[in-house]
Design a protein around this ligand. Structure first.
Ligand code: NAD
Length: 247
């Protein structure tokens, strides 16, 4: 039997990277998974990978769509808030629009999603919410990640507050803080640097004490643990998975 047998899970940003690896891991562990993203092609290829995966378009910045989706497809036992946006730059490089966009995608989305799924979880007295933060947050200041690090610190505060409010009512809420993980969007950031692509990749791996980046499956393994009842005694905690980067 699977570690998530009988559970219904909602995953955002499941089209690529960590969200995709996690949606697949949840399905392989026996969960019924609603995988959402804004990229319909990515969702179509994902749906073909496992029969327990259902897919739907969902833009996490659209609060009305979030409420409609949870109303039509809930209740959920597990919510994995994975969608996030990386703005590059210091405070001096961050204009109002980039600042606002960072909060809309990284924080407001989690407010709306948690608020939408919580009533169904509380009604049944069980649920696990997993929020994607980052080592770039209240854990560590990373150069040129001003808006990003600020929003991911807010995710940690949001996570702990929800955990405290519902700890006695069966709902758990935890955060995941990855270091640098090899995903398609990291590839885009590496190419955006221009110049020698191999040297750009080395600039990311050189700052890793393990000498390598994380794989999406290594983050999915932690999300799977937090989604399952194996972690029933764990709430309000911040799980670092970074190859020793912040140590
Ligand atoms: P990613 O950034 O490559 O994006 C994955 C998916 O997000 C894509 O399929 C994209 O279509 C979707 N997406 C973009 N905007 C969306 C929106 N508004 N609504 C719904 N979906 C949307 O994936 P990733 O690099 O695996 O990052 C996933 C999460 O992990 C993010 O929150 C990110 O901040 C966090 N994170 C990533 C790393 C890393 O090194 N990759 C490290 C720490 C934290």
């Amino acid at each position: 039997s699977g570690r998530l047998d009988g559970k219904h899970a909602l995953v955002t940003a499941a089209g690529a990277g960590i969200g995709r690896a996690t949606a697949l891991a949840f399905a392989q562990a026996g969960a019924k998974v609603l995988a959402t993203d804004i990229d319909s092609n990515a969702l179509a290829t994902l749906a073909a990978e496992h029969p327990a995966l259902t897919t739907k378009l969902l833009d996490v910045t659209d609060a009305e769509s979030i409420r409609a989706l949870v109303h039509s497809s809930g209740p959920f036992d597990v919510l994995f808030n994975c969608a996030g946006y990386v703005h590059a730059g210091s405070i001096l490089d961050t204009d109002d629009a980039s600042w606002r966009r960072s909060f809309t995608i990284n924080v407001d989305s989690m407010f709306h999603l948690c608020k939408a799924v919580l009533p169904g979880m509380l009604e049944r007295g069980k649920g696990s919410i997993i929020n994607m933060a980052s080592v770039a947050s209240s854990i560590k200041g990373i150069p040129n990640r001003f808006a990003y690090g600020t929003t991911k610190a807010a995710v940690i505060g949001l996570t702990r507050a929800i955990a405290a409010d519902f700890v006695a009512r069966g709902v758990r809420c935890n955060a995941i803080c990855p270091g640098t993980v090899k995903t398609p969007s990291l590839g885009e950031r590496v190419r955006a640097l221009g110049g020698d692509e191999a040297a750009n990749w080395r600039s990311f791996t050189d700052r890793q004490p393990m000498g390598r980046l994380g794989e999406p499956e290594e983050i999915a393994a932690l999300a799977l643990y937090l989604a399952s009842d194996e972690s029933a005694f764990t709430t309000g905690t911040i799980h670092v998975v970074d190859g020793g980067w912040s140590n």
